[in-house]
Design a protein around this ligand. Structure first.
Ligand code: SAH
Length: 255
């Protein structure tokens, strides 16, 4: 097996690593190796316990939080913690759910490392959208239904949702909404307001790629109530577009 990164442990470096959406089998080989070799792991709540089991039992584990409204560490403190740990000559793995560069603030963390002259590497992960698409049987593009796919966040810094609704409310396109559970009624209403049909297919998936995976498929007018009735729990991903209807045919994992 050949890895492109250094084989020997290099002290004083931060490895930003994508942990995938949940199922530990979805880690890259490189992520698995880096997790096993880390002196310190700084991890988010989205990183599954199965992934954490790959860490060296002697490694220091630091929980960085990030559930909605429960920030164990403010982002700027976390950025500086990574700098501090690296300066102690430690091999630091900053482990993030999914892919570190998709709605994970990985960019901000690496910018801080860069500003402090700390060496770093970034390992991609399977993002929630692609992991879930595969496990629930909703292809994100499909020649008949969607020639484009857009990833957006339903949760903004100040708590409001300010998206390019015109651009999102398009046919032949799939819209994947991260962090969209709380704002779901607003999201669906806006897409209808900007021109999508009330019966435009939409799905919500809870804890995708894990044994707790649950999927509810409806449309823009029914989905908010269906999600409430099903007591969907975070993390959830919303997929809007005609491809959502393929779930009934193509789901294979269960949930
Ligand atoms: N970097 C991550 C996303 C972080 S933002 C990635 O690439 O996947 C956190 C949001 O991701 C959650 O609120 C949810 O919308 C989505 N998410 C992450 N893992 C998920 C999972 N297993 N099931 C459903 N949604 C998930």
């Amino acid at each position: 097996m050949k890895f492109t990164s250094d084989k020997q442990a290099v002290p004083g470096k931060v490895y930003l690593v994508g942990a995938g959406p949940g199922d530990a089998d979805l880690l890259t080989l490189r992520a698995a190796r880096l997790i096993a070799e880390a002196d310190v792991l700084v991890y988010d709540y989205l990183v599954s316990p199965e992934v954490m089991k790959l860490a060296n039992p002697k490694a220091e584990l630091i929980f960085a939080g990030k559930r909605r409204g429960d920030h164990a560490l403010p982002q700027h403190e976390l950025n500086l913690l990574l700098v501090k740990l690296a300066k102690q000559d430690k091999r630091v793995v900053r482990l993030k759910g999914g892919d570190p560069y998709i709605f994970g603030r990985g960019g901000e963390e690496v910018e801080t490392l860069f500003a402090h002259g700390i060496p770093f590497e970034v390992t991609p992960g399977i993002t929630a959208a692609t992991g879930i698409a595969a496990y629930v049987g909703i292809p994100l593009t499909h020649r008949e239904y969607a020639q484009a796919c857009v990833f957006v966040t339903g949760h903004l810094k100040d708590g409001s949702i300010d998206l390019d609704w015109q651009g999102l409310a398009r046919k032949k396109q799939t819209v994947v909404i991260y962090m969209g559970l709380v704002g779901l009624p607003v999201l669906c209403a806006k897409l209808i307001e900007y021109g999508l049909p009330v019966d435009w297919p939409a799905a919500i998936v809870q804890q995708g790629t894990t044994p707790n995976q649950r999927t509810v498929v409806g449309n823009l007018s029914t989905l908010p109530k269906l999600a409430t009735d099903a007591a969907m729990k975070a993390p959830t991903l919303v997929i809007v577009g005609e491809v959502a209807n393929l779930h009934t045919k193509l789901s294979w994992y269960g949930g």
